[in-house]
Design a protein around this ligand. Structure first.
Ligand code: PHB
Length: 390
């Protein structure tokens, strides 16, 4: 093993990754599969920080058992690695749950392992609609792209936008976002004049931005995976003078991801997005979440929607453990997860008992300066939104 890689593995082992020397029957093991290195390293870190927050608030013993997180790095996007890690976690580490999954291709690759092993698989981000249909043991506590994009299309049409160009990452969630936005926007009388798809790996936004400029739309609707790509898009948007040309930015909350929003700076001001979570969400649950998050993860910066989904995923796992009195069985766990209701830092959420997908409020937000920082300030909402494809 390379020295650098060894360090990374050691880092993952501490403090959440270590299996204590307890008897197997005394622990409940959660295999956390996500990228902790590479371009999507932030996804794993956000999830781990969200999990740590939940465990800080609620302790690590449930129904007399110690909850142990075994974190594994896909280095992704790397579906084949995610699949191998899921297999190893099930066979060798004998985990009770699989969890994590920031990227759709990794969730899809691991789904057959969950299905064969009858292991509950808690999706903490990956957001292509079809994922939950790939195994009866999958439950999603994050979102789906159609769930957030369809409200954006309705909002845009209602608020005077006539011509929009879409720009999405060319894989599952992007294609879902494009289709859902198009259906509600055109139903509201708008016209999607051009649909641009950009590669998932290392997209170069400048040429696409020029195409958008040439099409002279009222706005560009954007889905790119949260993080560095959002910064890349906003940089190109600024450099090519789209704002000056009167072309507004709308999109899903992935674009104005709380964790990188301040790094985007003023060009992000005024962007309208739809999403299930904003760090600015005003509720006692969110205030408590933010406070413990900062205390438990002093170096982590602001939590984003992935941290919240991981936090809620742990709440779901704790609920299963309590109801099954610490004896985890795949089918019985799924029976608890179906119909589960939680008050999340984002607001009330339910797991649909039929689809095992999340039902939640989708908020419309605008990037504004609050004090010296940028925030997604919620100003409208769509309550009880299901994944529209289901
Ligand atoms: C996904 O791969 O499903 C995904 C990744 C990043 C996002 C949303 C969805 O921000």
């Amino acid at each position: 093993m390379h020295f650098k890689k060894m360090l990374a593995v050691l880092a993952l082992c501490s403090p959440l990754g270590l299996v204590p020397a307890a008897h197997a029957q005394d622990v409940i093991k959660v295999g956390l599969i996500a990228s902790f290195s590479g371009p999507f390293a932030d996804y794993g870190r956000q999830m781990q920080a969200g999990i740590r927050t939940y465990m800080q608030q609620h302790g690590d013993i449930v129904a007399g058992k110690k909850i142990v997180i075994i974190a594994r790095d896909t280095t992704g996007p790397a579906p084949e690695v995610a699949k191998r890690l899921a297999q190893e976690l099930v066979v060798r580490d004998k985990v009770d749950f699989l969890a994590g999954f920031g990227l759709t291709p990794e969730a899809l690759a691991a789904a057959p392992i969950a299905e064969q092993a009858k292991k509950p698989m808690i999706i903490m981000n990956a957001a292509t609609s079809v994922i939950t249909a790939k195994s009866n043991y999958i439950a999603r506590v994050s979102m789906t792209l159609p769930q957030t994009s369809q409200p954006m299309g309705s909002w845009a049409a209602k608020n005077g936008m006539k011509k929009v160009v879409s720009l999405v990452a060319d894989y599952g969630p992007g294609i879902d976002a494009e289709a859902a936005f198009k259906s509600s926007f055109t139903a509201g009388g708008g016209q999607l004049v051009e649909s641009i798809r950009v590669p998932l790996r290392n997209p170069e936004f400048a040429p696409y931005i020029q195409r958008i400029r040439d099409a002279k739309p009222d706005a560009v609707f954007v889905f790119v995976p949260a993080g560095e790509q959002s910064i890349g898009f906003m940089k190109a948007y600024r450099e090519r003078g789209l704002a000056e040309a009167g072309i507004r930015v709308i999109g899903t909350g992935d674009l104005t991801d709380d964790h990188v929003l301040n790094a985007m700076g003023d060009p992000a001001l005024g962007a309208i997005t739809t999403s299930h979570y904003s760090a600015a969400h005003d509720s006692p649950e969110n205030k408590a979440f933010l406070k413990t998050y900062a205390a438990a993860n002093p170096e982590a910066g602001r939590p984003n929607f992935m941290a919240v989904a991981a936090y809620d995923g742990m709440a779901a796992i704790y609920q299963v453990a309590r109801q099954l009195d610490g004896k985890i069985d795949g089918d019985k766990a799924m029976a608890v997860l179906k119909g589960l209701k939680l008050i999340s830092p984002r607001g009330p959420i339910t797991i649909d008992p039929v689809t095992r997908d999340i039902v939640q409020t989708v908020y419309v937000r605008k990037v504004e300066k609050v004090g010296r920082e940028l925030y997604n300030v919620e100003f409208d909402k769509f309550a009880n939104v299901k994944d529209p494809g289901k």
